[in-house]
Design a protein around this ligand. Structure first.
Ligand code: KG4
Ligand code: ZN
Length: 344
């Protein structure tokens, strides 16, 4: 847990993609409630997230999710009373614009009605905070491998709010590759957990899939790997999904671990940290941990709930941001292509 003095209570709201989430966090690190309503059932029949359906589902459930997060945190109140919180934070981007609009509108309206500051949070910064929520005394710089459905970036974090980008994917995000390959294999949505489950009984050496750019710098590329999987399956239609999934997962993890270790070495990092939905992958967690142990490099792996989208990370990042950069204006809009704020 990062300590940053005063212990304000923040309500966080997250609606950037296909999870509707609200959470109450004290002082940027003490999670009092974290409610996540998944839309998996809404999108499963389509094999992926349908943006229009995602926004509608957020609109239907968000207020109830907020109500439950307040109740679970013991913050019941009777209007016109105001709940005992100090700020309302919501993800403003990056993400699906229609989904973001729902959370941003609700958060700004609550902030106005309750006379509280509103904080617009960067979803990627939220993931970085989620990774750090469970830990104290972090060694800076910390190299963070942020691997989600929309992003794959390698960050050198010099402290909360101080980020340098070391590398990024030049095409697909790692999670996107998992989702596309799962869809191609008919394993369903969301793809990451489906591939991981199929891979458990497969042979990771069955197919020699490419490890793109393994020896070149810190950028990554996954679109060639996805194409290689498609070609291999067309060439060997008898191949088992388990073998294909295991070989694919091994190729992704080999590249991610190699790049993370090289990034850590380049900046003389005090430790390595995982963040984002793909960080929920047990094989990635175990592989990175083993590699770091061998090098005696401290490794920080967040709890599973803090890897995938949630609002505790938004509240934590929001509280930090409020103290460092102040509140966001009430005319803040959704910013679907928002980038992580980097050091000059
Ligand atoms: O961070 P996240 O919840 O949402 C975004 O911000 O994108 O990440 C979702 C991504 C999806 O692509 C999903 O397939 C992937 O994380 N994912 C996994 C696993 N669990 C979720 N990928 C690999 N293995 C998993 N166990
Ligand atoms: Zn995310």
């Amino acid at each position: 847990m990062i300590e940053w003095g005063a212990s304000g209570v923040t309500l966080g709201i997250e609606t950037s993609c296909d999870e509707t989430a609200a959470a109450v966090v004290i002082g940027g690190g003490d999670i009092r409630s974290s409610v996540v309503a998944s839309q998996v059932d809404v999108h499963a029949t389509f094999g992926g997230v349908v943006p229009e359906l995602a926004s509608r589902a957020h609109l239907e459930v968000l207020t109830v999710v907020v109500q439950r997060a307040l109740e679970e945190a013991g913050l019941t109140f009777q209007a016109p009373e105001v709940p005992a919180i100090d700020a309302v934070a919501a993800t403003v981007g990056p993400g699906l614009v229609g989904s973001l609009l729902v959370g941003v509108s609700e958060a700004k309206a609550l902030a106005l009605a309750w006379g509280l500051p509103f904080v617009g949070v960067n979803h990627l910064e939220g993931h970085l905070f989620a990774a750090l929520l469970d830990h104290r005394d972090l060694p800076w710089p910390l190299v963070v491998l942020l691997v989600s459905g929309g992003h794959t970036v390698l960050i050198s974090m010099e402290g909360p709010g101080r980020y340098r980008q070391l590398g990024q994917t030049l095409d697909d995000a790692a999670g996107e590759a998992f989702d596309k390959v799962a869809r191609f294999l008919g394993l369903g949505y969301p793809g990451g957990p489906a591939i991981e489950a199929a891979a458990a009984s497969g042979d990771p050496r069955a197919f020699a899939f490419p490890r793109a750019m393994l020896d070149e710098g810190l950028d990554l590329s996954f679109s060639g790997l996805k194409t290689a999987v498609v070609h291999a399956v067309r060439r060997s239609p008898e191949a088992s999904n388990a073998d294909v999934a295991a070989s694919f997962q091994q190729a992704v993890v080999d590249v991610l671990v190699a790049k993370a270790l090289r990034g850590a070495e380049d900046v003389g990092a005090g430790g390595l940290c995982l963040a984002g939905g793909v960080a929920a992958n047990e094989f990635l967690r175990a592989s990175l941990s083993a590699a770091c142990e061998e090098l005696r490099l401290p490794v920080y792996v967040p709890s599973l709930a803090m890897c995938t989208d949630n609002a505790a990370m938004v509240a934590a990042a929001g509280w930090f941001q409020l103290r460092q950069r102040g509140p966001s204006p009430l005319d803040t809009g959704a910013q679907p292509n928002l980038r992580l704020p980097l050091l000059p």
